[in-house]
Ligand binder design. Sequence first.
Ligand code: SAM
Length: 337
Amino acid sequence: MSLPIVDAVPSGAPRGRLHRYSLRVSVLEQCQLDCRYCRPGSTTSATEKARWLRADEHARLAPLLLQRGVAKVRFTGGEPTLRTDLVDVVAAWRDAAVAADIALPLALTTNGLRLPPLLPSLRAAGLTSVTIHLDTLRKDRIVALMGDGADVDKALDATRAAVDVGFAVKWNAVVQKGRNDDELADMLAVAHDLGVEVRFIELMNTGSAQGYVKETFISGRDILAKLAATATVQPVARRQPSDPAALFRAGDVVFGVIASDTEPFCGDCDRLRLSADGRVRGCLYQPGGLPLGAALRAGADDDGVLALLDSALDDKRSHHPLAPQPRVPFSMADVGG
Ligand code: SAM
């Protein structure tokens, strides 16, 4: 069985129809873990707290981004729960959505370690869904894969707690050949017991851990073949064309496969990214980004910020590259994965 192929838009093709965006908001670059494919070789040093957009700056930017079509927000990093004011940042976006009379899904991607005590206040602040990242169920593997402090039980407890609080919950597992690709069926079974959907993620070559990625890369197609060897797997329609996950069903379990490098979904990509210091970009692979945060701090008014934002949106609409080899190596933790 093969993954449904999504046609990618050739470089330079116009994408004028794009007018609703899914925004990934990185709230910091730091993480207490050390996933082998993420931190090693990071080309950006950890930023100072002072560079992170404060909650009041999120409150200034959120209405402008909503005005320009942001229809979904995911808070990520780094590890977002390390921000002591994460709840205030989430609430800033919720308040902007309420003021604009928009139903705005607010999601969080986290390793879950610090999540449980925050769950009630995140819910009260308007968060609607949570994705927990856990690459193995094996206690004898987790530290080697995700670094000191990683803990299977804590991640699974956080997943259960998030479900109990009423969040829609997903589970991200980055599949690595020879490291965790013998656990896929177990992960499906555990996801089923937890009542969450697992997303099996193909390793992306962001250029910062090339040796490791080369050694452990397994394509989405091969991930699916491994699962199909253990169960009858059938394709399920994507819920949204812009959903990066191809969905499948094994019995009554639905799961996703995200194959960003081998089956790029650039043609349907509606993502924008806001870095921790407020740079906006239309593509993960685009270096730099337009500095909305710096413009705010330099005293720009709303029109000034909107002018910068519009040029980022024009760029995404008019010229979107095929997922290329990264010209500038980066870590997902720096850009906001
Ligand atoms: N700390 C949070 C976490 O662990 O999920 C949020 C940030 S993390 C960068 C977000 C997601 O990016 C995780 O699911 C992580 O595994 C994924 N990620 C990081 N580097 C990746 C890579 N090279 N290829 C595929 N996924 C990657």
